[in-house]
Design a binder for this molecule. Structure first.
Ligand code: DGY
Length: 322
């Protein structure tokens, strides 16, 4: 049996898998088990392109294994911190991602977390399901009003701006943003205010929502000191990447009441979640669901297919990141 031109590392929505199989003869992963280090090396040695996801650790060790046939890593996802881009370049691999198509779903997820943690929805649901709800009472599970509170957005790219639009348009929230990657003069126009430093944003925001990529510069951007700069009544929302927050410091801050609560979709050591977070009431924890709508996951798959087709045809793909 000849080697497949394309290997797909995880299960994808049916419509996407159908296209991958019929148009590219791709080898799919029916078990959905992550391939692991050796499986990834094998895939890179066998196929012209590997369609991968955030759960595949494409480290220098994997990409430097030698004897690779693959010419492309086609990532289904916008974030690519799981891929060592320098090692990919050194191995002659083109890397692509899927921007744009998941912007709305991810911003919706950030809104879900913000609303849920501020209105204590997780606590309420747990109480009700456990049969502990004794009925309405005026002081029961009083949360924080969302409407009109100030949101501070860290990372003002596509998803950060989509969050800003929702907060401003839907909840009349003043929006502050911080993003050193946006040069002066290139600020996106809109009803929001740029702040010059992260310190300013943290001191003023009632909700801090993270939308920056995971890079060496943003690793543990939110650490113990930064958490202390936030208001004691403030909430942290993270739909970006777990590495951006020092998870142990966040647990300590929540335990000590340094901030009021957190809504998290991503974690430092996925799928492991810090035991301290699991034990806390005033946090809402989702299992990396940012882009998990049927429409968005299909759109991500189709966008990856477009990139795959270009790479295999030898033309520049739309979403090349390396
Ligand atoms: C993304 O697209 O980056 C999502 O987090 C899934 O990888």
């Amino acid at each position: 049996m000849s080697a497949p031109a394309v290997v797909v590392t995880r299960r994808l929505p049916q419509a996407v898998e159908r296209e991958l199989a019929t148009r590219f003869g791709a080898r799919l992963n029916a078990t959905d088990e992550p391939l692991g280090r050796d499986g990834l090396v094998r895939a890179l040695r066998e196929a012209d392109a590997v369609v991968c996801t955030v759960t595949d650790r494409l480290s220098a060790d994997v990409l430097g294994a030698g004897g690779l046939r693959a010419k492309a890593l086609v990532n289904v996802g916008v974030g690519f911190n799981h891929i060592d881009l320098a090692a990919a370049r050194a191995a002659g691999l083109v890397v692509t991602n899927t921007p744009d198509v998941l912007t709305d779903a991810t911003a919706d997820c950030a809104m879900t977390l913000m609303l849920a943690v501020m209105r204590r929805a997780g606590e309420g649901e747990r109480e009700l399901r456990a049969g502990r709800w004794a009925g309405w009472r005026p002081t029961h599970l009083m949360g924080a009003q969302v409407t009109g509170k100030t949101v501070g957005i860290v990372g003002f790219g596509r998803i950060g701006r989509a969050m800003a639009e929702r907060c401003h348009g839907g909840f009349r929230m003043p929006v502050l943003w911080f993003d050193p990657a946006i040069p002066a003069g290139a600020e996106p126009a809109g009803p929001w205010t740029r702040v010059g430093t992260l310190d300013e944003l943290l001191a003023q925001a009632d909700v801090v929502s993270l939308h920056c990529p995971a890079t060496p510069e943003t690793r543990h951007l939110i650490n113990a000191e930064r958490l202390r700069q936030m208001k004691r009544s403030a909430f942290l929302v993270n739909t970006a990447r777990g590495d951006v927050v020092d998870e142990a410091a966040l647990v300590a801050a929540l335990e000590a009441g340094v901030i009021a609560g957190a809504g998290l979709d991503v974690y430092e050591h996925e799928p492991r979640v810090h035991a301290g977070l699991l034990a806390l009431e005033r946090v809402v924890l989702l299992p990396h669901l940012g882009s998990a709508t049927v429409e968005t996951r299909v759109a991500m798959g189709m966008r990856a297919l477009e990139n795959l087709e270009a790479v295999l045809a030898g033309v520049p793909p739309r979403d090349r990141v390396a």
